[in-house]
Design a protein around this ligand. Structure first.
Ligand code: ACO
Length: 484
């Protein structure tokens, strides 16, 4: 359905938008403005069309909510807007509390969050307005006189709130069961409450039911609807011990060791996934990456077209999402592993709604530099281009040439990836891990992950410093991986 975002109310502009769009329009106010609402209502009355309107926040409470949690503020707006847009054309209106220029940044953000082209009418600051909009938006309509205009294409921004909204909707569309072994952790219980109450996934917690429920009660956390399995007396124990022993006896594991290991919640949780009793596991709030993923490496193993498991992050920036890999698993990948990492990361990007353009990063672009690590990446690019022609892959390339069109033109003018990359393959774990944390901590970016790639079934690792929000995001990502 068509939609436009009107920056500043003007009767002629609204008139033209209604004529251009259709008469079946819902007027949407992210923040209700009674003055504009009354004007539009009168206009509809004069034109003899239905006045259908909707809003998310009233003028009284929006500032507090926006300041306290801007991500929730925008997410609620996106949720309401997308419900309307599924069945109606929409004309949305900006916020004008502080005048046109005072609210400009907020309104540009709203147009981006809604992915709805921005229309504005001339005012006394026309030149400045034009300059500012040009800096911040791909496309907009700014009418100086009464000239006619055509509707412009919708935007394709992936803001943090929109990416998160899309992930949650995808997870909900095909509900999966996720096992969370670390039920003793308050953060896990809080995340469980949110996930179950919002009907995003089904959950299994591991541990003693009485202990878990009384801890949740004491913290006033509702976990009704969560299944609890106690590895100490589970009906699955014999089956799991046998399976573990069979899988690892060649590596020297005894029956006794298998019996003991199944009591380890990470092994037990991995077994639930391995035997299809759960679709995915999320763990690591209290264990190291190695402890969390080793059972999965030993038992679940890799997909048939992948030899090495790796870990990628979605780096959600102001209005776009990048993939960084391998930030979590392989300390020193070979050229073959880097080539495969490019392929697996492109697959992941695609599965989560991105159009992958893969850059294999280095301190050198094209043929400009040399050295052992540059040669490693050069060879990886050769292998990747040969083996995975379905994807746009290029390198070695420096980060600036990978993301900036002007730099790309001078450093790698013939590359289809340079200047447009959104999947970034780092030469080793040091570079990738340092870089994702640097971007996360300094560039107002949300890092979602690590998402383990290449396993037959999803097992994902949490950082020990994770927040409830991180746990929720990782569970949502795991649920989507399980849909593949
Ligand atoms: N892909 C597939 N299989 C693997 C991989 C891999 N990348 N790495 C190890 N394996 C397999 C091994 O072949 C072995 O299989 P087998 O026993 O059936 O023969 C099994 O996994 C277990 O191997 P181990 O030798 O016990 O494990 P290893 O010592 O190789 O450790 C690990 C693997 C834990 C992933 C290691 O590479 C590691 O510690 N990586 C760094 C993790 C880390 O600290 N990351 C940074 C923090 S995470 C963050 O900040 C987000």
């Amino acid at each position: 359905m068509n939609s436009v975002f009107i920056l500043n109310y003007d009767e002629k502009l609204v008139h033209s938008c209604i004529d251009k769009i259709n008469t079946d329009v819902v007027f949407y106010f992210p923040v209700l403005n009674n003055f504009v609402k009354e004007k539009v209502e009168k206009l509809c009355h004069d034109k003899q069309i239905n006045f259908n309107f909707s809003y998310t926040f009233d003028n009284e409470n929006y500032k507090t909510i926006m300041v306290k949690n801007s991500s929730d503020f925008f997410k609620k707006i996106i949720e309401d807007f997308e419900k309307i847009k599924a069945n109606h054309h929409t004309i949305s209106f900006g916020v004008y509390d502080f005048g046109l220029m005072g609210d400009l940044n907020l309104n540009i953000s709203l147009a981006k969050e809604l992915n709805t082209p921005l229309y504005a009418k001339e005012n006394k600051d026309y030149e400045i307005l034009h300059f500012l909009l040009e800096q911040k938006l791909k496309n907009f309509v700014l009418l100086k006189n009464d000239e006619d205009f055509s509707l412009i294409d919708s935007y394709t921004y992936k803001t943090k709130a929109r990416f998160s909204y899309e992930l949650f909707e995808k997870a909900k569309s095909n509900k999966k069961t996720i096992v969370l072994p670390e039920s003793f952790d308050e953060r896990i219980l809080r995340a469980s409450e949110f996930l179950v109450q919002n009907d995003i996934v089904d959950l299994i917690l591991l541990g003693d039911s009485n202990e878990i429920c009384s801890k949740a009660n004491a913290l006033n956390i509702k976990i009704d609807g969560v299944r609890i399995i106690n590895p100490k007396n589970s009906q699955y124990n014999e089956e799991f011990e046998e399976l573990l022993y069979e899988a690892r006896k060649n590596k020297g594991m005894s029956k006794e060791e298998a019996k003991n290991l199944i009591q380890d919640k990470t092994y037990f949780g991995t077994m639930l996934v391995h035997t299809n009793k759960a679709h995915a596991m999320v763990s690591g709030a209290s264990t190291t990456t190695a402890q969390t993923i080793r059972p999965a490496l030993q038992l679940i193993k890799t997909k048939s077209d992948v030899s090495s498991v790796s870990g990628m992050f979605f780096m959600s920036l102001e209005d776009q999402v990048y993939v960084f890999a391998d930030c979590a698993v392989m300390p020193n990948p070979t050229s073959e592993q880097l080539a495969e990492l490019a392929y697996v990361s492109a697959n992941s990007a695609k599965a989560f709604g991105l159009d992958p353009k893969v850059a294999l990063l280095s301190y050198s672009s094209g043929d400009s530099g040399s050295g052992i690590s540059v040669d490693l990446v050069k060879k990886a690019v050769e292998i990747a281009k040969e083996k995975y022609p379905q994807y746009l892959i290029d390198g070695p390339i420096q980060f600036d040439a990978a993301v900036d069109i002007m730099t790309a033109k001078s450093k790698m003018p013939n590359s289809k990836v340079a200047g447009h990359a959104n999947v970034f393959i780092f030469p080793d774990l040091n570079a990738a891990n340092i870089c994702y944390k640097a971007v996360q901590r300094t560039a107002n970016s949300l890092a979602i992950g690590p998402v383990l790639q290449g396993l037959k079934k999803p097992v994902n690792d949490l950082s020990r410093g994770c927040l409830v929000e991180d746990i929720i995001n990782t569970v949502v990502l795991s649920a989507i991986q399980a849909q593949e």
